[in-house]
Design a protein around this ligand. Structure first.
Ligand code: G6Q
Length: 548
């Protein structure tokens, strides 16, 4: 149920939308020379430009009114105070404590968590440094050269994304690998690339019960036993979890067990010991810098006025499109090859958090909620799906991400990357009009009939919105800032939609169903009469083809 204040703010926005019938983003720029100055926020060396969005000052005001009506500031205060913001699981969500570098008290449900957080972080970072420096040896007394994180979802996407993003910071003698899929090919292909005698496995699982992770962990353990003997397991395994007992049962000693807490959601856990593989790769100081980046944004989110608050603006812009323009998707296009996994990371963050259709009271939501998030690095994406962005019937708002200075890559090539990124956001809003196309074709010597036939295909309607995030370079601190910006964006959207962004019952359903079907797939005689006709038919066909 929406409050009367929220309903009123939504009505005001609905009425305002009609102001845009005949106004394009290009018109907004033409009318207002101050538009860039007024529609960007600078935060340190990071700039958020939203001047190419389809909105004006009145839109911004009405969207901020909506945020106020939804009590974003009160809900944000409750979130940072460790109140239960995840009611369906009865938990706070306090990942900000993991990057609270000052150590000032933070309460989870009335209890200060900081001494536990700092102690566990120190234990994890000391272990990471020992692996990285070579002080910690393998069973045969050699240094580790390969680290394999075994985990899925929130226990995989964060460290995998960040390890790729920060690869220039990864010690050259170390290679980080990530195994997630229960498809045995994932582990098998990884095992081919490592030297088992010099490989450390990290079993990362909040619950330590997830089918995929436990299956891969057992298979990896067996591979170590087969090659190096049972006695080698202790030296080659460590674990990250909230489930200390289950880790012990797996056979991992206390000194190699790194814990976190149920108030850390899986998709928010990169800041915890789940970042162990990353910390081994980039080292303690860089990992702490990554945490500082998150902390920077926590402060900004708490302190900046709503109209200059980057995550709040990000959230409101997406709500504007989602609920008033019916744009169902949001693309994230990093012009930064090392952010190749960032869109996948955000897919989980946003779609798992805000892919909900009932509100906190369990009532159906009357507006649309989470958008479909997707993306690939530019310029590759330009040569793939950008055609639809420019001329398709679906309008896809885009977030562009771009570094000013490249790290460990050719500066001349970087100019080309920058030019492409800026050209795309310009082309998307500006488009190309019929007279412009006619003139171009005429200059190429085409006659009137040929121009008439070809021109419609070469016209670009433009008016397609985007934001650009510009940052100095992709350092650990910058990455921390980017991740935390999107986290808080998702939280603000959830407040306005009045949903629980910290649960994931859809994921739990998948886990449950797979467990039910697994014995039916494995056992040829298992009864299938309780299944729907399609699933039973597929199983029968699988069985008949299994031997062929
Ligand atoms: C994340 C989700 C989900 C979870 C995985 C792995 O927020 O809860 O993606 O991270 O299902 O769960 P475990 O870490 O418990 O293995």
């Amino acid at each position: 149920m929406k409050s009367p204040e929220v309903s009123e703010a939504l009505y005001a926005l609905e009425a305002h939308r009609s102001d845009f019938h005949d106004v394009t983003i290009a018109d907004l720029f033409a009318r207002d020379p101050q538009r860039f100055a007024d529609f960007h926020v600078a935060f340190g060396d990071l700039l958020f430009d939203f001047s190419k969005q389809r909105l004006d000052r009145e839109t911004r005001k009405l969207l901020i009114d909506l945020a106020c009506a939804a009590k974003v500031e009160d809900r944000r205060a409750a979130f940072f105070a460790g109140e239960i913001v995840n009611p369906t699981e009865g938990r706070p969500a306090l990942h900000m404590a993991l990057r609270n570098m000052s150590g000032t008290p933070m309460q989870a449900d009335g209890h200060d968590v900081m001494s536990d957080v700092i102690a566990e972080r120190q234990k994890m970072l000391a272990f990471a440094e020992a692996v990285r420096s070579g002080a910690l040896k393998s069973a045969s007394g050699e240094t580790f050269t390969h680290v394999v994180n075994i985990g899925i979802g929130g226990s995989d996407l964060g460290p995998a994304m960040a390890a790729r993003a920060l690869s220039p910071y990864v010690a050259p003698h170390l290679t980080l690998h990530f195994v997630a899929n229960v498809d045995g090919a994932d582990l098998a292909d990884t095992l081919k690339r490592v030297d088992l005698a010099r490989t450390l496995f990290i079993v990362s699982s909040k619950t330590f019960t997830t089918l995929e992770t436990m299956t891969n962990a057992r298979a990896a353990r067996q591979a170590v036993i087969d090659k190096l003997g049972g006695a080698a397991v202790a030296a080659h395994f460590c674990a990250v979890s909230t489930a200390a007992k289950e880790v012990a049962v797996f056979g991992i000693g206390e000194d190699r067990r790194f814990l976190f807490w149920d108030w850390v959601g899986g998709r928010y856990s990169l800041w915890s010991s789940i970042g162990l593989s990353l910390a081994i790769g980039i080292g303690k100081e860089n990992f702490e810098d990554f945490l500082r980046g998150g902390e920077d944004i926590d402060k900004h989110f708490v302190e900046a006025p709503l109209a200059g608050n980057i995550p709040v603006l990000m959230a409101l812009i997406e709500i504007w499109y989602r609920d008033f323009w019916d744009y169902a998707t949001q693309a994230v296009i990093p012009y930064d090859q090392r952010l190749a996994r960032f869109p996948a990371y955000l897919q989980q963050l946003e779609m798992e958090s805000n892919g909900k259709s009932v509100d906190l009271a369990g009532e159906p939501i009357e507006t649309s909620t989470g958008a479909v998030i997707f993306g690939e690095p530019g310029t590759n994406a330009q040569h793939a799906f950008f055609q639809l962005f420019h001329q398709g019937t679906e309008i896809v708002p885009v977030d562009f991400l771009l570094a000013v200075n490249p790290i460990a890559s050719d500066p001349e090539q970087h100019h080309l990357l920058v030019a492409n990124c800026l050209a795309q956001s310009e082309a998307l809003f500006r488009g190309r009009t019929q007279p412009e196309v006619d003139a171009k074709l005429k200059a190429q010597g085409l006659d009137a009939a040929a121009i008439a036939a070809l021109a419609p295909h070469k016209v670009f309607s433009g008016n397609r919105p985007s934001s650009t995030f510009l940052y100095k370079s992709l350092t650990p601190r910058t990455l921390g800032r980017l991740v935390a910006l999107y986290e808080h964006k998702v939280f603000v959207q959830a407040i306005i939609w009045n949903i629980d962004p910290f649960d994931q019952w859809g994921v739990e359903l998948g886990k449950e169903l797979a467990l039910r079907l697994a014995p039916l797939v494995a056992g040829p005689q298992a009864a299938t009469q309780d299944l729907d006709a399609s699933t039973a038919g597929l199983l029968a066909h699988l069985r008949s083809l299994a031997g062929t």
